[in-house]
Design a protein around this ligand. Structure first.
Ligand code: SF4
Length: 88
């Protein structure tokens, strides 16, 4: 869900959209395609609290850093040998 900055207001607590306080992006966000600039600050266009998206690892919404590849594509040697023997 994209954040709509046309509803943004600046309050004493910071930039607020529909009652949600927007925190500025963190260092790891730099280069992400979802960054939106608003009144001189940089915010995430997808998530109001960017720091918490990085607390547990790579942000899953980021466009510039991909989550490390999983085991997908790795060949199981036992299955591969069975497959090879079938083709005799
Ligand atoms: S999507 Fe993730 S990496 Fe990109 S700006 Fe938002 S919080 Fe930062």
């Amino acid at each position: 869900m994209a954040v709509d900055f046309s509803n943004a207001t600046t309050t004493d607590a910071g930039v607020q959209i529909n009652g949600i306080i927007m925190s500025q992006i963190v260092e790891q966000c730099e280069g992400c395609g979802r960054i939106k600039e608003f009144e001189g600050g940089k915010y995430c266009g997808t998530y109001p609290q960017p720091a918490s998206k990085w607390r547990l690892g790579v942000c899953n919404f980021s466009t510039h850093v991909k989550v490390a590849a999983t085991n997908k594509g790795k060949v199981n040697p036992i299955k591969a040998s069975k497959r090879a023997s079938k083709g005799r």
